[in-house]
Ligand binder design. Structure first.
Ligand code: G
Ligand code: G
Ligand code: MN
Ligand code: NA
Length: 257
């Protein structure tokens, strides 16, 4: 269809843009990193959100090319922030979303290694966000790719945790470092008295597996405070900042210093 050829063209002609959303330390509000979120700046239709074109890219084989574009550009942006003394945060990391088909490509690990070395960044400055379904496909190639990425030293994160159909047993088995808990859990805070205890139990499971939990979808100060009160350390959401353009995020970084 038309969108497929247009998207193929868009990737090669600077129509994609990355927005960035802050990830903060809940206790202090200190910036820990950002998640890169792609948008398509279509010449006629304006800014198109990823839920409209990522599934198309996944279904039509465009994902590896789109993923490489996101990888290179996000890492270049992080390097630029680190180079400029006005925006340099030494332990600030970049998170990118990785699609299931990316893990099935043997070149993906090489792409990641090359993007980091071109940008002159250490592997731990990049965190790859993978959905439960991408990570639990249980095939040898995915497992091999995951282990290779882990050995390379990039951070691995399970995204949208808790919404899939997989068991929590894999938290102890997979080579992941971070778990981003799906925003539906925070959204339901305040619906009844037991929800906060339920979130505390999730956080305890994550911690007891030696993993770092990131809580997304935080929209109010009350939600941030409640999460902090049960020992959650990292968060993301409109309360701390919406996804914004690179220019705007750079301005926010400068204000933080
Ligand atoms: O930015 P927004 O909240 O609209 O993102 C919607 C969905 O699109 C999220 O699930 C997010 O993970 C996904 N997404 C955003 N950017 C990218 C990207 O660069 N690559 C992939 N594969 N998915 C992305
Ligand atoms: O699936 P993933 O976690 O990558 O999705 C990120 C998406 O979540 C982005 O589209 C972003 O716009 C959205 N998002 C980020 N913070 C919030 C929030 O506080 N509330 C809601 N409803 N969506 C959010
Ligand atoms: Mn994500
Ligand atoms: Na998520």
């Amino acid at each position: 269809r038309q969108i497929v050829s247009e998207l193929g063209h868009a990737i090669g002609s600077d129509q994609l843009v990355l927005f960035y959303q802050p990830i903060v330390e809940l206790a202090t509000g200190r910036l820990q990193g950002s998640e890169a979120l792609v948008r398509w700046n279509h010449p006629e239709r304006g800014l198109i959100m990823p839920d409209k074109f990522i599934p198309v890219a996944e279904a039509t084989g465009l994902i590896p090319e789109l993923g490489r574009w996101v990888l290179r550009n996000s890492v270049a942006q992080l390097a630029a922030w680190r180079r400029d003394p006005a925006t340099a945060h030494h332990d600030f990391s970049m998170r990118i979303n990785v699609s299931a088909p990316d893990l099935q490509s043997l070149e993906f690990v090489d792409d990641v290694r090359e993007a980091l070395s071109t940008a002159g960044l250490p592997p731990e400055s990049l965190v790859l966000e993978l959905t439960e379904s991408a990570i639990i496909q249980n095939n040898e190639l995915d497992r091999y790719t995951l282990m290779s990425l882990h050995r390379l030293g990039v951070g691995l994160e399970i995204d949208d945790f808790g919404t899939g159909y997989s068991s929590i047993g894999y938290l102890r088995k997979l080579p992941v470092d971070h778990v981003k808990v799906d925003r539906e859990f925070v959204r339901d805070l305040g619906k009844d008295d037991t929800q906060l205890q339920f979130l505390a139990a999730i956080q305890n499971v994550i911690r007891s597996c030696g993993l770092d939990g990131i809580w997304e979808g935080i929209e109010t100060v009350e939600q941030a405070e409640a999460l902090r009160s049960i020992g959650c350390t990292s968060g993301q959401g409109y309360y701390f900042g919406r996804p914004v353009s690179g220019t705007e995020f750079t301005a926010q970084l400068k204000r933080q210093e």
